[in-house]
Design a protein around this ligand. Structure first.
Ligand code: FRU
Length: 493
């Protein structure tokens, strides 16, 4: 009976997608190489995994409208992380434990066991006692059609943890056990809870993996935990933690005690549109992570609906990034090398001395492009360097490298008539001879990577097709740009 309900709800959603997808596809703000859904709203990446020869991408999904509502799990597969084949939604609300009309099937992760694909997700319901979140399992033989486990829900919030703040399980296997971290909070302090299981069904609460003392928000969404080299990494998206929307901690972990001792911390991305990253292992051993470019374009209390919402969709995912660790324990987030296959129309300039006089730069069509260069700090005496992207009609998105203040900022207050805000981060320049810069621009986004991929800014920009000039100038002296290279990027959809 409930199996049929799941099937029916998936078919209904698929019918909705099929009816709208051709119209939505023509939207002028649609991305050209960033993964997104065919219609409707998306948020967190879920259940990323390489399974039976394909990368599987599941995601929080409202196939019906361009706003957040009752959540499904959208689904697509790819062989190269660039070109995606859409599959029917994998999960739909269908059970009394996951059918909250403003909830549904929340975020989670995937794991393979004996050739089967398992999804662990957060189910949401109004159990008569308010909004309740529990951890549930679904499984599939073919990686396409899923059944929910009849013994769901498997894990309820432990004593002392609010039942409406207990979500986003990330599972992995180590030796003979499965482990799971779940985001939670206690007394308004975010935390990650650690569980252990021998069979994916029976879970034992193991420990508080790590918790905020107030410095990292009041609830941790979408925690992730993995080994990288001889250290361990915990990432999460804290609620109410100012500019911190995707935090990493690296340090030591002991499977005997279940305690994580961080030694370093940092921000995965300082941009205004990066949230809820989830990682997985590629077959070649790379740790790859994907974040949600979290543009909220519609809220009932807002008067205006955003540019992509008006085209019947909202949200996309930032480019997949490979995570690496430097000797000092700091993390680098590099756009995956697969993206190089999209390059066309190369342009190279060996040296460029930028003064206060504005100059134009060439990169693809000025909309979909990749740009890479280094700033030679020893030959730079300017106070700052401003790189203006998506310029036209008196508008621009200004990327400012302020050498004097030691600040990197991306200002989109005059970007497109819709977007607002400036993302800012500290530029650590002391003792450095040069600063590396790498940019990916798509129809509606700019991702800037700097300082060995440790200082990154992802921002959505809805600049349409007429804003396509790139300009650069310095303030108070000369800035030396070396090894400038740029490429147009081919469309994947
Ligand atoms: C993060 C989040 C998760 C939750 C999901 C619901 O963006 O709030 O904590 O599982 O989105 O869509």
């Amino acid at each position: 009976m409930s199996k049929e309900r799941l099937q029916r709800n998936i078919e209904k959603a698929q019918h909705e997608i099929d009816t709208k997808k051709d119209l939505v596809k023509n939207g002028s703000m649609r991305q050209k190489y960033h993964f997104m859904a065919q219609t409707g709203w998306i948020n967190d990446p879920n259940g990323l995994i390489y399974f039976q020869g394909n990368y599987h991408f599941f995601f929080q999904y409202n196939p019906y409208h361009g706003f957040w509502d009752s959540m499904y799990w959208g689904h697509a597969v790819s062989r190269d992380l660039l070109h995606w084949e859409y599959l029917p939604p994998a999960l739909a609300p269908s059970e009394t434990y996951d059918d909250h009309p403003k909830g549904g099937c929340f975020s989670g992760s995937a794991i393979e066991r004996d050739g089967r694909l398992y999804l662990m997700y957060t189910a949401t319901t109004n159990a008569g006692e308010g909004f309740e979140q529990t951890q549930c399992l679904a499984y599939s033989e073919d990686g396409i059609h899923f059944e929910k486990y009849e013994g769901n829900p498997l894990v309820k919030a432990p004593a002392g943890i609010p039942a409406d703040q207990f979500r986003d399980p990330k599972i992995w296997k180590h030796e003979d056990f499965y482990y799971m971290v779940v985001g939670a909070c206690k007394e308004e302090r975010g935390m990650a809870l650690l569980y252990r299981s021998a069979d994916l069904i029976h879970w034992e609460f193991w420990n508080v993996l790590f918790e905020s003392r107030g410095e990292w928000g009041r609830m941790w969404e979408c925690p992730d935990f993995y080994q990288l080299g001889d250290k361990y990494v915990l990432t999460f998206s804290p609620i109410a933690s100012g500019d911190h929307t995707a935090v990493w901690l690296s340090g030591q972990f002991d499977y005997e005690t279940g305690r994580f001792c961080p030694e370093r911390s940092g921000e995965i991305d300082w941009g205004l549109d990066y949230y809820a990253p989830q990682s997985f292992l590629a077959p070649d051993g790379r740790r790859i992570t994907v974040g949600w470019a979290n543009g909220w374009e519609w809220m009932p209390q807002w008067k205006d609906w955003g540019p992509s919402f008006q085209e019947g969709w909202c949200g996309f995912f930032n480019v997949p990034r490979e995570v690496r660790m430097l000797k000092d324990g700091s993390l680098q987030y590099l756009p995956v090398r697969e993206l190089e296959a999209l390059r066309e129309k190369p342009c190279r300039i060996q040296e460029l001395f930028v003064t206060e006089e504005e100059r134009e730069l060439i990169a693809g069509d000025g909309i979909c492009f990749e740009m890479k260069f280094r700033i030679d700090l020893e030959r730079t005496d300017a106070k700052s360097l401003e790189l203006d992207l998506r310029c036209g009609k008196g508008k621009k998105t200004a990327c400012v490298f302020d050498f004097e203040k030691g600040q990197l900022s991306v200002n989109r207050n005059n970007a497109d008539g819709w977007s607002r805000g400036t993302s800012r981060s500290v530029l650590f320049l002391k003792g450095k001879q040069e600063l590396d810069v790498h940019i990916f621009s798509d129809q509606s986004s700019i991702e800037l990577f700097s300082d060995q991929y440790r200082n990154n800014h992802s921002n959505n920009v809805f600049a349409g097709n007429t804003q396509r000039m790139i300009k650069v100038h310095a303030y108070g002296g000369t800035a030396a740009i070396v090894d400038y290279e740029s490429y147009g990027l081919q469309c994947c959809f």
